[in-house]
Design a binder for this molecule. Structure first.
Ligand SMILES: NC(=O)c1ccc[n+]([C@@H]2O[C@H](COP(=O)([O-])OP(=O)(O)OC[C@H]3O[C@@H](n4cnc5c(N)ncnc54)[C@H](O)[C@@H]3O)[C@@H](O)[C@H]2O)c1
Length: 158
């Protein structure tokens, strides 16, 4: 059976999404490095659904380990939640945020292309959502461009 890969599957939104997917009989795997979650979340998912899922404890930036996940699973579509999300932290430590959130996404998209995940109906749906979010993001960036430039200037000064 083809699988849904949920990245950040042990985080707040990811774990709830996994419960919904399992309750609708999807086969699910997760990638989560527990940078902002606990392995016990997997037990909570089991308690609710009576189903155990595999979580790959890897960092999306680890390209070799990420490739193995795609090689070892028939992934039909990907739902991507793995990211840092604290606004104050992103201001004090912007490089970590760019590194984690951008590079993780790039690696994921690279393997979606390499392993042809995008051919499925469900991934098209997810890609549509990703594009919608990117569109929204671009609008927000445009709206806040002056603010962003200020923040970047402050960062460069440091
Ligand atoms: N929580 C909300 O209300 C909310 C609202 C809108 C958007 N979002 C966005 O949705 C996404 C998920 O939010 P959340 O609240 O579930 O966050 P979360 O921190 O609870 O979950 C993210 C999970 O991703 C994992 N992770 C982070 N970087 C990783 C990496 N490089 N490799 C592997 N695992 C990694 C963390 O360990 C964590 O378990 C974030 O991008 C967030 O900005 C959240």
């Amino acid at each position: 059976m083809n699988k849904v890969l949920v990245t950040g599957g042990c985080g707040y939104i990811g774990s709830h999404t996994i419960v919904e997917l399992l309750e609708n009989n999807y086969e699910v795997i997760s990638i989560d490095n527990f940078s902002n979650s606990e392995p016990s979340v997997l037990d909570s998912i089991y308690d609710i659904t009576n189903k155990r899922i595999i979580n790959y404890r890897i960092d999306l930036r680890d390209i070799n380990e990420l490739k193995k996940v795609f090689q070892n699973n028939e992934i039909e579509f990907v739902i991507h939640f793995a990211a840092f999300k604290s606004v104050p932290e992103s201001v004090t430590d912007p490089l970590s945020y760019y590194d984690n959130n951008i590079n993780g996404l790039i690696n994921l998209l690279k393997f979606c292309n390499e392993f042809n995940v995008k051919n499925s109906y469900f991934l098209l749906l997810v890609q549509y959502m990703v594009h919608q979010r990117m569109y929204l993001y671009l609008r927000i960036v445009k709206y806040h461009r002056s603010r962003l430039t200020q923040e970047q200037s402050i960062f460069v000064k440091r």
